[in-house]
Write a protein that binds this ligand. Structure first.
Ligand SMILES: [Zn+2]
Ligand SMILES: [Zn+2]
Ligand SMILES: [Zn+2]
Ligand SMILES: [Zn+2]
Length: 376
């Protein structure tokens, strides 16, 4: 606009007006360049942000150089994007020979891997033990719910009954309500099948369930072979085979039985290392009994922190014995008041989830149906 006035200006415009126009023009130019500079600066800032996000552009100006530097700093920390040989520092997608122990470092070839072995050993062992603990102390899966009352199943064995007719695990409260209170003929509360009339029929039901890959059926059959129950011959080899299959199908408790077999040399040679391995598998799968045992081993070895970690997880799963041990640790000064209070709260939360009038009614009718322990 100002430029227009100047271009079209002529001698008829008084001197004062001319000066005002020139001054305004000068001011406008100053404002224009100032603003343009700001826009350029804003644009550049924007580009820095974009580049930091996309990490793809190459620029030649000074600011772009800084952008590239920032960009490189961002990507240098991301070891996933550019594999780097831990020995010679070579980068590229062909650096893919991974340390098969810790899986945390890569090499460009076997020679680099071998050369770096001595230097990496300590760090590798530290990382392996870190990964092992991450897996071991991860919150295990929670117990499933009763398919009839939809309440969480208790962790004490008398609180849950496995039905070989339909393969369901049903809480003692629901079993009691149907089998003893309603019908008195032992009907399955889920599929309404009558109980087996003979041991042979029961084993046939189990065989059918096993053909359907029912983990629980494999586990129980393993136990029947271990003891030679229900007309079956005692056979440790078969027992172990079935427990392994149950474990593979997701029934973690079966690993506890395998751990016991290795600890006692039943059907296998005594092997404490293998026994501990299966105990850990069992605990990671959600067995509170195995979790307690692992904590007990740690406490005996003087690793009170690790013992506490195991017992805290076990208490969350409803293990009353672990709660008693945490209480003991507190009395001995190995656990704070807060830790003990937290464990008490965890156990109370567990009880709140599993308790019901129907289950209490069953427990009151028969001592063998007791499904939780409130003493601590
Ligand atoms: Zn290399
Ligand atoms: Zn390694
Ligand atoms: Zn139920
Ligand atoms: Zn059934």
């Amino acid at each position: 606009m100002f430029k227009c006035v100047v271009v079209n200006g002529n001698n008829y415009i008084p001197l004062l007006v001319k000066r005002i126009v020139y001054f305004s023009l000068l001011l406008a130019l100053l404002v224009y360049f100032h603003q343009r500079g700001a826009v350029v600066w804003r644009d550049r800032r924007k580009r820095i942000n974009i580049i930091n996000m996309s990490t793809t552009q190459n620029n030649t100006s000074e600011i772009d150089g800084v952008c590239d530097m920032l960009n490189n700093m961002n990507t240098a920390n991301n070891t996933d994007s550019i594999p780097t040989c831990a020995n010679c520092g070579k980068e590229g997608s062909d650096v893919n020979n991974t340390c098969n122990k810790c899986m945390s470092v890569k090499y460009c070839n076997a020679a680099c891997k071998k050369k770096h072995r001595h230097k990496h050993k300590k760090e590798c062992e530290r990382r392996v033990s870190e990964l092992h603990d991450e897996k071991l102390f991860k919150q295990p899966p929670q117990k499933e719910d009763c398919p009839i009352c939809f309440l969480r199943l208790p962790n004490l064995p008398p609180g849950t009954v496995y039905m070989a007719c339909c393969g369901k695990k049903i809480c003692r409260g629901c079993i009691y309500a149907v089998q003893e209170r309603e019908t008195a003929v032992g009907l399955c509360p889920y599929c309404r099948t009558l109980p087996s009339s003979s041991e042979g029929e029961m084993i046939k039901r189990y065989e059918k369930r096993m053909s359907l890959n029912d983990a629980n059926a494999f586990n129980n059959m393993g136990s029947y072979y271990k003891d030679g129950d229900f007309g079956l011959p005692q056979n440790y080899t078969k027992a172990l085979k079935y427990w392994h299959r149950a474990g593979e199908l997701g029934y973690a408790e079966a690993y506890y039985r395998i751990a016991c077999a290795y600890a006692m040399g039943r059907g296998v040679d005594v092997d404490i290392k293998k026994s501990t391995h299966y105990l850990k598998l069992c605990a990671m799968g959600g067995s509170d009994m195995s979790r307690f045992t692992l904590g007990y081993f740690e406490a005996r070895a003087g690793n009170m922190d690790r013992a506490l970690k195991h017992w805290k997880i076990a208490v969350e799963g409803g293990d009353n014995t672990s709660l008693k041990y945490i209480k003991m640790m507190h009395s001995n000064g190995d656990a704070t008041k807060e830790v003990y209070a937290e464990a008490l709260r965890s156990y109370q939360a567990y009880l709140d989830e599993i308790r019901s009038d129907q289950r209490d009614e069953a427990a009151a009718a028969n001592d063998d149906y007791k499904y939780y322990d409130s003493s601590f």
